[in-house]
Design a protein around this ligand. Structure first.
Ligand SMILES: Cc1cc2nc3c(=O)[nH]c(=O)nc-3n(C[C@H](O)[C@H](O)[C@H](O)COP(=O)(O)OP(=O)(O)OC[C@H]3O[C@@H](n4cnc5c(N)ncnc54)[C@H](O)[C@@H]3O)c2cc1C
Length: 417
């Protein structure tokens, strides 16, 4: 049996769901397909940080040196790598190393800034219009530092971002302890990105998924896409284990698994998974009053709904979604170096997710070079929640033949050659 639809979205993470929302709003009919459950993939247990301030791509000068240094201190390293001779993996690593330079940063700032600003605006609009109760707080993102060197580097980065229109405040030791009582006495300063916000990601995705269903989407879960048939420059058939689909437009938003889903499409999509972990703990007596990044250790902290979530680690090349108990414990230990935490916190949940990471740190958004009815919306790395609503809007604009809100050319797949 073949099911026909107007727009077929493959993947129900923050990106696929946001595309569905904006397409439905514009009057399109939408079918969503997910291999597992919609809204439950790599987006649900993340830190919930909405960070238009993140305009510097992962591939930047000094990253390779820092990664090598961190590997000498494996017990605290925020970064890890799979050892593998898989040619796709090696080719991705080479592209990443070559992209760690100043010109990649300069090229990436505008698209990341455009998409980040549009997404932040869309978040507050969706949450207000749809009356989503998802613990959304516009209190910024506060970086805490223990060492002069890291504080100095943080200030330098803040000044750089300020030049690109990002609101930043720098706090000395007195001020940081005034505004963040959970910070331990040896925190010497902080940098506050005041335009950022945070929310409970699982609740947001559940509310968005319910709303998308209410707006008329057909949602098909536990149905992995297994292949495609293409002809005359179009995707003609999307195959699954339980039937085939035909659609006017196909959106591919399968996160870190996009390259393997797309294997029949003869597209070289350079995405590797970067696995990370989260642990959600019971409340502590002195709860942090902000979403935080613990500077030297690169741990994210999110106080949501009376609970405390710590997230961390970036392990390139690993597809398993099993949380590693060794790293979960190390993440908690690192958080204890910065925050006034009760001696015993109950662990409510441990989780692992995959960040779909491109070698240059910019998402892939745009039409497939080989298929006029296929749009790619993937590769958002550590920003897939944050950049979801902006991606959803521009994908809907592409499907509807409108001019996108900003130029998508720096995000097209063709940039990788
Ligand atoms: C520890 C951690 C913390 C993070 N913190 C933040 C944060 O604070 N802010 C932020 O913005 N981002 C954060 N991220 C990143 C964010 O979670 C990802 O960028 C985001 O989930 C990517 O969204 P996506 O929709 O592209 O992919 P996913 O969320 O991975 O969704 C893809 C969907 O595609 C489905 N799929 C896969 N294969 C198939 C197939 N064959 N057929 C059909 N469906 C398929 C999957 O089941 C899944 O539901 C974090 C990530 C991690 C791991």
């Amino acid at each position: 049996m073949t099911i026909k639809s107007d727009v077929l979205i493959i993947g129900g993470g923050p990106v696929g769901l946001s595309c569905a929302y904006y397409l439905l709003k514009s009057g399109r009919k939408v079918t969503m397909l997910d291999a597992k459950e919609i809204g439950k993939g790599s987006g649900s247990g993340n830190a919930g940080h909405i960070v238009p301030s993140h305009i510097i791509p992962l591939a930047a000068p000094g990253v390779v040196t820092s990664a090598l240094k961190w590997m000498l201190d494996p017990a605290h390293s925020p970064f890890g790598m799979k050892v593998s001779l898989d040619p796709n993996y090696i080719s991705w690593l080479l592209k990443f190393v070559l992209a760690c330079n100043e010109s990649n940063v300069q090229r990436s700032i505008k698209p990341l800034n455009d998409l980040g600003q549009l997404s932040a605006k869309n978040f507050s609009q969706i949450i207000a219009e749809e009356k989503f109760d998802c613990s959304y707080q516009e209190k910024g993102l506060l970086f805490l530092y223990k060492t002069e060197k890291a504080f100095h580097d943080g200030q330098h980065e803040g000044e750089f971002m300020q030049k690109h229109g990002i609101p930043v405040s720098v706090y000395d030791k007195t001020k940081i302890h005034e505004i963040e009582p959970a910070a331990l006495d040896d925190i010497i300063g902080g940098v506050h990105f005041t335009g950022d916000s945070h929310l409970n990601p699982a609740v947001f995705l559940k509310l968005l998924s319910d709303r998308v269903l209410e707006m008329g989407a057909e949602m098909i879960e536990h149905t992995p896409v297994t292949g495609f048939e293409s002809a005359e420059g179009k995707v003609k058939v999307v195959r699954t284990g339980s039937g085939a689909f035909e659609a006017q437009h196909v959106i591919l938003a399968a996160g870190a698994l996009t390259p393997s889903v797309a294997k029949d499409l003869k597209l070289n999509i350079p995405i590797q998974p970067a696995r990370g972990y989260s642990m959600t703990m019971s409340a502590t007596q002195t709860m942090p009053s902000h979403a935080l990044i613990l500077g030297e250790r690169r741990i994210a902290v999110s106080p949501v709904d009376g609970l405390l979530r710590f997230t961390g680690r970036l392990e390139v090349g690993n597809y398993s979604m099993e949380p590693n108990p060794v790293w979960i414990e190390r993440i908690e230990n690192s958080a204890r170096e910065y925050l006034r935490l009760d001696e015993k916190l109950d662990v409510k949940e441990t989780w692992a997710g995959l960040r779909p990471t491109t070698p240059d740190g910019v998402p892939i958004i745009g039409r497939s070079p080989n298929h006029s009815n296929l749009i790619l919306a993937t590769g958002h790395a550590m920003l897939g929640l944050s950049l979801g609503p902006g991606t959803g809007q521009v994908v809907a604009e592409l499907v509807n033949g409108q001019e996108p809100a900003f130029s998508l050319s720096p995000m097209r797949l063709e940039r990788f050659g």
